[in-house]
Ligand binder design. Structure first.
Ligand code: AMP
Length: 190
């Protein structure tokens, strides 16, 4: 099963993806985590993307598509993956469809975590204090939210037309949202 966890920054995608990794032995492919690892390692890629990420802008499609492609064998071995933070625009979604089609696979389900912008701003204020993530400051967060609304949200009709989109209320507690996701996914196969 290939699943996309979809939603604005700070909607809880990463938290829910990690829970599914534990409860369903799924593989999480988070482009944000991969990019942060590149920065932490001091690699050329890390140096290239650090400024863009810190400002809250999207990195180029070619970079994230390559990162995802390199990890698809892992997804094959696990029987699918949870895509977290990818795709972020229509070009990335089309590239993902093509990469999966080459492996005789496809996106099965897109779970959208619905949250409101006000609540996100409050959530992020708390997270900035705790995480110190350089892009969790009010200015960068606003850029990230704008990028979501202008570039990523237009993907919703793309998946809705394919009848893959399920919407889940992302405003509840972690456990409540987790229960709603479990309901959308059905019983684990193992
Ligand atoms: P995230 O952890 O998913 O919120 O991503 C953090 C940052 O990494 C984003 O604000 C972007 O700068 C970059 N990033 C992560 N995933 C993507 C993607 N699919 N396309 C472009 N930029 C991305």
């Amino acid at each position: 099963m290939n699943l996309i966890l979809f939603g604005p920054p700070a909607a809880g995608k990463g938290t829910q993806a990690k829970r599914l990794v534990d409860s369903r032995q799924m593989v999480q492919l988070s482009t944000g985590d991969m990019l942060r690892a590149a920065i932490a390692s001091g690699s050329e890629l890390g140096k290239k993307v650090a400024g863009v990420m810190e400002r809250g802008e999207l990195v180029t499609d070619a970079i994230v598509i390559e990162l995802i492609e390199a990890r698809l064998p892992e997804a094959d071995a696990a029987g699918g993956a949870i895509f977290d933070g990818f795709p972020r625009n229509v070009a990335q979604a089309e590239a993902l469809d093509q990469m999966l089609a080459h492996r005789s696979a496809k996106i099965d389900l897109v779970i959208r975590l619905k949250v409101d912008d006000e609540a996100l701003m409050q959530r992020i204020a708390g997270r900035f204090a705790e995480s110190g993530r350089p892009d969790d400051n009010p200015d960068s967060f606003k850029v990230r939210l704008d990028a979501y609304n202008t570039q990523t949200a237009p993907l919703l009709p793309y998946y809705r037309e394919q009848k893959k989109l399920v919407e889940v209320d992302g405003m509840g507690s972690v456990d409540t949202v987790a229960a709603a996701i479990d309901k959308a996914l059905g019983k684990p196969r193992r």
